[in-house]
Every structure is written in C-alpha cells, then in structure tokens.
Design a protein around this ligand. Structure first.
Ligand code: SF4
Ligand code: SF4
Ligand code: SF4
Length: 302
C-alpha cells in the first residue's frame, strides 16, 4: 500500500503538478504588497523613554472597560481568598487585563513597555477568523464581535503578539483584547482611556499618519535617545500602535517580524490558487492523469 502511494506521489511530481502550482503561489504571495492604513486610521504611539511606570493607564483601562482586578503571583498570606481587596497586580495580559505595563531590567539599564492589541493594519486575526468575528474598522480598531464568534480560537494562533485571550472558565467563553476603546464609546469621541490619563504623555492617541510623523521627528531630532527604529512602521505590514525605545525592541518582548503582513501572503496564496479556477483545474487534471498512470503500471506488474 505504502509503495503504491509512494509511486503515485512520484508520478504526481513527475508530471509536474508541484512545478506548475508552487511558483505561481510564491510569486503572487510576495507581489500582493502591504495594505495602506485608511486616512481615518487612529492609533497609539508609546515612547518608552518617557514612561515612568505609574500604571495609571492600566487602571484607567480597567475602569473604562469594567475589568476585574488581578493578583499575579503575589498571593501573600492568602489575600486572594478575601472577598474584597484594595490592590491589583496582574502578571500578564489576560481576560481581565487588556493593557499592561511591564518592566525590563538588565544591569543598570531598565525600560518600561506597554502591551496591548496592536490593531495591525492588515491583521492576521482578522484574516484567520472563519466567521468574521474580528473586524478591521475604518477608524483602525480591530474589534471582536461576540455574535459572530464560534470560539474556535484561530485568532489566538494567528496573532504574532499573543494578544487575544479566551475565557476558559465560561461555558460560552469570550475572546478578550483591547478594542481601542471602541466598546466603551470613547473612540467615537476621539479618545482612549489609557492615553487620556498618561501624566508624561508617554502614550498618545491620534491619527496613525500623524503619530508616525511625530515618531520619526523625535528619532531624527535626538537619535542618541533611541535605538534608531520606529517599531510598527513596517513590522508585520504595519501596526496601529507604534513604539520608540532606547532598549532594543526584542528585549522588550516585541518580536522581530518581516516587513509584510502574513495575512496578505496567505490571501495571496488563496487568490492565486483559485484565480479563475485555473490552478485547481490544472492540479485536478494532473492528479487524475497521475492516478491512471500509476494504475496501469500496477496492472502491468501483476
Ligand atoms: S495584535 Fe494580534 S489581536 Fe491585535 S490586531 Fe494584530 S493580530 Fe489581531
Ligand atoms: S485603548 Fe482603551 S482598551 Fe485599549 S489599552 Fe487603551 S484604555 Fe485599554
Ligand atoms: S500612564 Fe503613561 S507613564 Fe504611566 S505607566 Fe502608563 S504609559 Fe507609562
């Protein structure tokens, strides 16, 4: 059985199915290009060199989005068992913490870093969701729509930043992530809770194109202050949240990504394969031909 399957696959390659389809896919995947952000695309710009780690943005985010406090790993004396508490110490993003400030420290060097959904211009989570429960809005926000979600959690696997969280402890668990304050109504007023309260303007909100111009202006005006790059300019095809920092971005947990969106690549592959249904028909004809060839060879051998 194994030998027959192997000779069939050999036959497939022999008649050139792979040779016909693979180059078409590769060419289109790289040629599809990155999406441009809409003119109305809003976003955030976080300058780590200005952040004082006060966590006012975390508190404001929880308040605006009605999220519960968390206790991280700091269960001192079983305080978590109390019905009420006066403190909140989340260890990471979770279903109750959709915006977090973390501290990086190495010797004398330290930096804070803000983590939340990046509202990617061409978001992998949007492209990967089979039911369009994740939507890229014209104002830039990537929003999750409860009614359309089937709980498959493809978005979790597709996100390069590990952002969407799932409520495992609920029967109909929700996907939870920063919605750029779209759900709580602030985005409609051209505001977000975290940027409203930042005392040092380390995180600011505005039109993405203006924020990018500001980031490049700061970089050019004081290059020694920064590591020489605006993160989010092109990473993953461009992000709705951009960063400046002195510390290399990878040390702050921002992954090194290609300068194109993986969503664009996978869409390019699909469009190439199904364009005019030519590739599937060619592939099908080749497979049938190879199957007949293998069959007659097997008959001859018996
Ligand atoms: S950061 Fe992740 S969840 Fe947010 S838009 Fe990008 S892919 Fe989607
Ligand atoms: S934009 Fe709104 S939801 Fe997102 S991190 Fe800021 S406060 Fe939280
Ligand atoms: S409110 Fe501003 S300064 Fe304070 S932790 Fe958040 S980003 Fe940093």
């Amino acid at each position: 059985m194994k030998t027959k399957r192997r000779s069939f696959l050999k036959g497939l390659l022999g008649v050139g199915a792979g040779a016909a389809v693979v180059p078409m896919v590769a060419n289109t995947a790289t040629a599809s290009g990155n999406k441009e952000p809409s003119d109305n695309h809003m976003g955030m710009f976080y300058d780590a060199t200005l952040c004082i780690g006060c966590k006012a943005c975390e508190v404001a985010c929880k308040k605006a989005n009605d999220l519960k406090p968390e206790y991280g790993n700091y269960d001192i004396g079983g305080i978590n068992n109390l019905d009420s508490t006066i403190w909140d110490a989340p260890g990471d993003l979770s279903v109750n913490t959709i915006n977090i400030i973390k501290l990086y420290q190495e010797g004398e060097t330290h930096s804070f870093i803000k983590k939340q959904c990046m509202h990617c211009v061409d978001a992998n989570c949007v492209s990967g969701c089979p039911t369009t429960a994740l939507i890229k809005q014209d104002n830039g926000a990537v929003t999750w729509e409860e009614d359309a979600c089937v709980g498959c959690r493809y978005c979790q696997m597709d996100c390069p930043f590990n952002i969407p969280k799932f409520e495992f402890n609920h029967y109909y668990g929700k996907i939870v992530k920063c919605q750029l304050c779209a759900d709580n109504g602030l985005l409609d007023k051209n505001r977000t809770a975290c940027t409203d309260v930042c005392p040092s303007k380390a995180v600011i909100f505005g039109k993405l194109k203006d924020l990018k111009a500001e980031a490049h202006h700061r970089l050019a005006a004081d290059p020694a202050r920064y590591n020489g790059q605006v993160y989010g300019d092109t990473e993953g095809g461009g992000l709705g949240v951009i960063y400046l920092s002195k510390v290399p971005f990878e040390k702050l947990g921002l992954p090194k990504l290609k300068n194109f969106s993986y969503a664009a690549v996978s869409e390019g592959v699909q469009h190439t394969l199904y364009k005019g249904m030519i590739a599937p028909i060619v592939a099908y004809a080749v497979i049938v031909f190879a199957a007949f060839k293998t069959l007659s060879k097997n008959k001859e051998n018996h």
